[in-house]
Design a protein around this ligand. Sequence first.
Ligand SMILES: *[C@@H]1O[C@H](CO)[C@@H](O)[C@H](O)[C@H]1NC(C)=O
Ligand SMILES: *[C@@H]1O[C@H](CO)[C@@H](O)[C@H](O)[C@H]1NC(C)=O
Ligand SMILES: *[C@@H]1O[C@H](CO)[C@@H](O)[C@H](O)[C@H]1NC(C)=O
Length: 332
Amino acid sequence: MPRWMMSLHDVQLAVGVVIVNIEMLALTSARGKLGSAVLRAILENNLIDSSELVVCTSSDPKHPRFDALREKSITVRYNNFDDPASLEQAFTGCDRLFLVSSPRISMDFNDAPLWKGREAHHRAAIDAARKVGVKHIYYTSLGFANPSKAAVMRAHIRTEAYLRELKDLNWTIIREGLYNESWPLYFGYYYGLKEETRKEVIVAGDGPISWTAIADMAFGTAKVLSSPPSEWAGKTFYLSQNKTWTLHDIAQIVSRVRGDEVQLEIVTQDEYERYYAEEKGRERAEVEWWSTTYNAVLQGECNIVDTTLENMLREAGRRPKPLEETIKDMLQ
Ligand SMILES: *[C@@H]1O[C@H](CO)[C@@H](O)[C@H](O)[C@H]1NC(C)=O
Ligand SMILES: *[C@@H]1O[C@H](CO)[C@@H](O)[C@H](O)[C@H]1NC(C)=O
Ligand SMILES: *[C@@H]1O[C@H](CO)[C@@H](O)[C@H](O)[C@H]1NC(C)=O
């Protein structure tokens, strides 16, 4: 479809008398945890004019759940990482793309070779964007090191490398910190919150982790997206809270909140895999993929020293929310 047919917004521009230099920004995964939080941060803080946003979804864009966005003059389009044509259509007419990493973690299992893991989804989106003339891609990587011991980081590392090779567009790599709300994933895969009865939580290693509230990270990401593109072009950085908590700290907070002692038990990677696959009945390929995370944590990969987010929050008069509060909210 040619650009001028794509949206009412574009038609209005075409017939308008005043020529407005509008830069369209496409956002993927706008219903996912991070994507929706970033969209909310943009709108709540009026960081980007909503008529410049193209929200891309893998569900039906005509669904009434998107009516509220359309009422704000946001364009809603279909996209699907498995369907390159849909990606091209979704990004057509856009100058910039905010690419949230694919949630389909099963692609990474069993040591997925290059272009078989989630990086295949990311490359499809990047190539579609290049084809339709997108000038700048913001990619959400993850708050581990590069290189990393963690299999969860592999698709991100491959995608980062692919972006850095590109000459036809600019990129910004945002290594998003580990979500505050994901602590049950690291703490006992998964710690069952209110229903949990385990007194001992088995992990394959411990170390400092810079847990960060999604809302804070989304605010920082929205600030990056609303800045002049040249400010962040070619940059790789973390958006993460400065303070760290270990899994031992989490065991103590959980014990305090529950009023009942919960202990952390550290075992070898093999024992961890056996326990979660055989005793907890989780898929072995997934457990093997996840168990490597503890090696990375142990090496200090998740102890992030980057003040980008703290500075942004301070400037905006916001205070990063401490993990204690999050754990309390989730357990009560
Ligand atoms: C994550 O932290 C933020 C800020 O403290 C909080 O608003 C949010 O509810 C937390 N998420 C969960 C699932 O507790
Ligand atoms: C990339 O960014 C630089 C610096 O802001 C700019 O001069 C250049 O035109 C941009 N490249 C593209 C393809 O937009
Ligand atoms: C971040 O943490 C380090 C080490 O704990 C500390 O030296 C530094 O002042 C902190 N920076 C900010 C902005 O809080």
